[in-house]
Design a protein around this ligand. Structure first.
Ligand code: TYD
Length: 220
């Protein structure tokens, strides 16, 4: 099935605090999109390029100053946007990205208390035009997220943070949702996985339908 006919792909991101269940649903969203016949590139941040994956190792494991951490997140992102995300969208592919700049607002801006202004400055420098077309925000009460995390494998530098950090991070996400209500969809991730999946599948089909029905822009 043809996927592009000159139409730019859609940029989908997934967000949530650690333990919110986001990872469970990434693959499902990709599968639903493929079932709809669109070409999909699945990727993640920090990471998504060879350089970005090395930066990910460092930033998740090595102690560093907050400014350094923030810049490394955006260094990885800059490489990712220029070499992977933008080229794919231009080819007409959909990009599903596990975390993007909203995570910097929530974790560095909120959790680590850097504030939103610094993040906005970097965002405006590095990707003034690019915004996700749809962001699914997986939300659970903090106790549930903590409980899910404690059951999982070895914890990274963020996952080891305390309750207050996650409260500020979750608040940071809620502020982003409030500022961008059309782009965000909140997923109540306390519901049974199957139910969440069905809701997401419906939304994916609606997104693809709207994308196919949108007028194709003329090439200049
Ligand atoms: P995560 O996406 O939860 O991956 P996994 O499911 O493999 O643990 O891990 C990425 C971590 O990086 C997460 O704790 C949030 C953090 N992060 C930031 O602090 N800022 C950012 O800009 C991004 C993209 C991620």
């Amino acid at each position: 099935m043809s996927h592009s006919n000159n139409r730019r792909g859609s940029f989908i991101t997934l967000e949530g605090v650690d333990g919110a269940g986001k990872s469970t649903h990434v693959q499902w969203i990709v599968e639903c999109l493929r079932d709809c016949g669109v070409s999909v590139l699945s990727t993640r941040e920090p990471g998504g390029t060879a350089l970005g994956e090395q930066l990910r190792q460092m930033v998740l494991q090595m102690p560093m100053h907050l400014e350094t951490e923030t810049l490394l997140m955006f260094a990885a992102r800059s490489e990712h946007i220029r070499t992977v995300i933008e080229p794919a969208l231009s080819r007409g592919e959909w990009v599903v990205c596990d975390r993007f700049t909203d995570a910097s607002y929530a974790y560095q801006g909120g959790g680590r208390e850097l504030g939103a202004d610094r993040i906005r400055t970097l965002e405006q420098w590095l990707h003034p035009q690019l915004q996700p077309d749809r962001t699914w925000f997986f939300d659970v009460p903090l106790e549930v997220a903590r409980e899910r995390l404690n059951r999982s494998r070895e914890l990274d530098r963020f996952e080891q943070e305390g309750q207050a950090f996650f409260q500020r991070t979750r608040d940071g996400y809620h502020a982003r949702v409030k500022q961008n209500p059309q782009r965000f969809h909140i997923v109540d991730s306390t519901r049974p996985v199957q139910e969440v999946k069905e809701g997401i599948a419906d939304q994916v089909r609606a997104l693809v339908r709207a994308w196919r029905e949108a007028p194709v822009p003329h090439k200049p």
